[in-house]
Write a protein that binds this ligand. Structure first.
Ligand SMILES: [Zn+2]
Length: 258
């Protein structure tokens, strides 16, 4: 009797999880109403650089993320006026749990549960609506952080953690990383080689048909870099130099071209 009940409860929890992942996937990529994305700044090291950077942050400073996604969506035929809306939310004091990149599968599963609970706790400040997609941006002081941890975006949970630099000149580059993680939450996959960071051909190329193939001037958003030649890859300075390639557009259901 107990055994049957226990199995029934587990099956129920599993069914709810499967249903909610399916529902999230469908409701965020049907593109028939505006998808609400919240950007939540976090002062990564509690330093003065992060404090003044976050204090000066405005929706205008991150406006190119919304502009980029909407322009690209329209280029692929998404019909609604404003496919996404990107809003700046107040600073979050609690730091998101960190993912150990070399951790076991169990550790990663535990982290993904904790990050979802973290997002739930911290994504509804008083008087503001809860966005569908939550991106927590950890701003690091560039004077004592030369390299930051990997950013992540989860489709299951609709949450992303971006590591960025608390420096005015880095804002356009930070926004490229935020847009990349937003598209991960919508189901887009990476399009670069993990070892060499080379963009994958053809999916990771902005203009795969270009003759001659090099240098590529634009970056595919999920490749993160464009190829100047077969061995030299460069990051874009801003979203003005970035496009959504056909494979990515298909993954996030902007088009039916495989
Ligand atoms: Zn990625």
């Amino acid at each position: 009797m107990w055994r049957k009940l226990r199995i029934a409860i587990l099956l129920f929890i599993l069914a709810v999880a499967v249903y909610s992942n399916w529902y999230d996937r469908l409701s965020t990529t049907d593109w028939d109403e505006t998808l609400w994305i919240g950007v939540f700044p976090v002062n990564a090291d509690d330093g003065a650089a992060g404090e003044s950077y976050i204090a000066s942050l405005t929706t205008e400073r991150i406006a190119d993320i919304e502009r980029f996604i909407n322009e690209e969506a329209h280029r692929y035929g998404v019909a609604i006026d404003r496919p996404v809306r990107v809003d700046l939310y107040p600073e979050v004091a609690e730091k998101p749990p960190l993912l150990d990149a070399d951790g076991s599968m169990l550790a990663t599963m535990w982290w993904s549960l904790r990050i979802r609970m973290y997002a739930r706790r911290n994504s509804q400040p008083p008087g503001r609506p809860r966005p569908q997609i939550r991106i927590f941006v950890m701003f690091h002081d560039p004077s004592f952080t030369r390299s930051v941890p990997h950013s992540v975006g989860l489709q299951r949970g609709l949450v992303g953690v971006v590591h960025a630099y608390a420096e005015r000149a880095m804002t356009p580059a930070n926004n490229v990383v935020i847009a990349h993680e937003v598209l991960h939450t919508l189901g887009a996959s990476d399009k670069y080689d993990i070892a060499s960071l080379a963009p994958l051909y053809p999916a990771g190329y902005a203009e795969p048909e270009r003759e001659p193939r090099y240098p590529q001037a634009l970056t595919e958003i999920m490749a993160g870099r464009h190829a100047l030649d077969a061995h030299t890859f460069e990051m874009p300075a801003s979203l003005a130099e970035v496009v959504v390639g056909e494979a990515t557009a298909h993954e996030i259901r902007w088009s039916d071209v495989p």
